[in-house]
Design a protein around this ligand. Structure first.
Ligand code: PMP
Length: 289
């Protein structure tokens, strides 16, 4: 596998970062997960724009332009002959001192991995996921801005641990006020009386690229969509529920805390979104060659 690292495509065995890199020492950095479908990079410009926004929000200077980074992503996918897959792009603060001070890190480091991912087993895309509500809360926006896709994922990891320990694959995280924020790596949507509802970003959700695709598809499909505060109650009484994410795509949720959502099966509106998403993902995007 060829990895893009600071301007060069190198062999996986040579793709190394310093132990003094603040990405490793402090989780100081930002990242993106991006998909390749049918030799096209899906929503590339949007991902790179979010990467640069995240970087700006944490005062991290990326020493390349957005256009250059888009080109490097395409080059990395091409160099690995990947027709379908998952790209992980990471920008770290770079090597610095052992103290926190990010201004002592001379230059950001960037690497791009073009590989594959399967977040949940295939059968759950057909039959739906069973999720739990976890005790680990999403940090308050004033502590960690939810729009920033930073390398600080420890709370999500602790939420994932809770899910796995209770026999579920995914956990719903609430914010400090007890409103639904998102899952460990996905945004959440519910459907009630034909209308789609999803938490606002300020409730502690990442402003997902796939979330935006759902907004676009909702308009195309003529399904009304609202961003509002949701509680567990809203999920318990929903007709349908699904999660979205670059890695997860669109996946139905049929159980919360061992209680059935709707009739306990993936619903018709969710299916329409899954089909529309699959069609869009395989017919649009930045071509590899
Ligand atoms: N929330 C979190 C915490 C995530 O890590 C992700 C995955 N990037 C998402 C939501 C979904 O965002 P996207 O659709 O941009 O992948």
């Amino acid at each position: 596998m060829k990895i893009w690292l600071d301007g060069e495509l190198v062999d996986e065995s040579e793709a190394k970062v310093s132990v003094f890199d603040h990405g490793l020492l402090y989780g100081d950095g930002v990242f993106e997960g991006i998909r390749v479908y049918s030799r096209r990079v899906f929503r590339l410009e949007e991902h790179i724009r979010r990467l640069f926004d995240s970087a700006r929000a944490i005062v991290l200077d990326i020493p390349w332009t957005q256009e250059e980074v888009c080109r490097y992503v395409v080059e990395t996918v091409a160099a690995n002959g990947l027709d379908n897959g998952y790209i992980r792009l990471v920008v770290t603060r770079g090597a610095g001192g052992l103290g926190l001070n990010p201004y002592l890190c001379k230059r950001a480091s960037m690497f791009i991995i073009a590989a594959t991912i399967s977040l949940y087993p295939k059968e759950h895309y057909e039959n739906g996921l069973s999720v739990i509500t976890c005790a680990t809360r999403r940090p308050a926006p004033a502590a960690l801005m939810p729009q920033v896709k930073s390398l600080n994922y420890l709370n999500n990891i602790m939420a994932k641990v809770e899910a796995i320990q209770s026999g579920a694959l995914e956990a719903i995280m609430l914010n400090e006020q007890g409103y639904v924020a998102e899952c460990t790596g996905d945004n959440i949507f519910i459907i009630r009386d034909g209308k789609v509802h999803t938490p606002q970003v300020n409730d502690g959700a990442l402003d997902g690229i796939t979330r935006h695709v759902i907004f676009e598809l909702a308009e195309k499909l003529g399904v009304p969509i609202v961003e509002r505060q949701l509680t567990r109650y809203d999920i318990f009484v929903a007709d349908e529920c699904f999660l979205t994410g670059t890695a997860a795509e669109v996946i139905p949720v049929v159980e919360l805390d061992r209680r059935k959502i709707g009739d306990g099966k993936p619903g018709p509106v969710t299916r329409r979104f899954i089909d529309a998403f699959t069609e869009l993902a395989n017919s649009t995007g930045t071509p590899i060659d």
